[in-house]
Ligand binder design. Sequence first.
Ligand code: PLP
Length: 218
Amino acid sequence: MTIAENLDKIMGQIPSDIRLVAVTKKKSVAAIKEAYNYGIRDFAESRVQEALEKQEQLQDYQDICWHFIGHIQTNKAKKVLENFHWIHSVDSLKLAEYLDKLAAKTFISPHVCLQVKILPDPNKYGWTVEELWQDLPELESFKHIKIDGLMTILPLGLSQVECLDTFEKTKKLATKITEKSSLQLKELSMGMSNDYLLAVEKGATMIRLGTIIFGERD
Ligand SMILES: *Cc1c(COP(=O)(O)O)cnc(C)c1O
């Protein structure tokens, strides 16, 4: 199957208002161009250096919207801010605060999602639900980053029912925070190659797909 055929299939499965973010980590610039020529404009990378190298080769593709989805070390935060429109992986109060300060200084205001762990997962970054409620007052005070939604990555090995349940909890959490705070969490970045249909069923607004578009990564 070609990239275009894979995209055809996915597009046929999801409502048109869902933002399909093509995850191109470890994939070539040629693959990105193929998806671009199909009509995809949202691309995500998880490593800063790799992303910047590709962006350099894609300077003529001015209408790409770049998304960052990897863990961010403080010393890379400025580069991420300067080169990505969306940051899905804001995973701590410290990082949010740092990005907000940088955003104030640089006059660049990224759209961000707060990464949450609805289920405990020692292998992942992000807030637990309890931690997020605790940090909410401070998050509300950040005026330079645009906190637009929640992002979640499910732990491996969940059943379909557990996936659905966890996506639903993510959506309910976003709704509740929007009701009880000044944040407007309208975006839900959830769903990857293995679970995007379940995520869409539960209200995902952005799905992050790599393997199912571009094939297995080495
Ligand atoms: C790699 C990655 C994806 C895409 O995963 P696939 O299973 O290849 O679709 C999505 N989100 C994040 C945060 C990733 O790191």
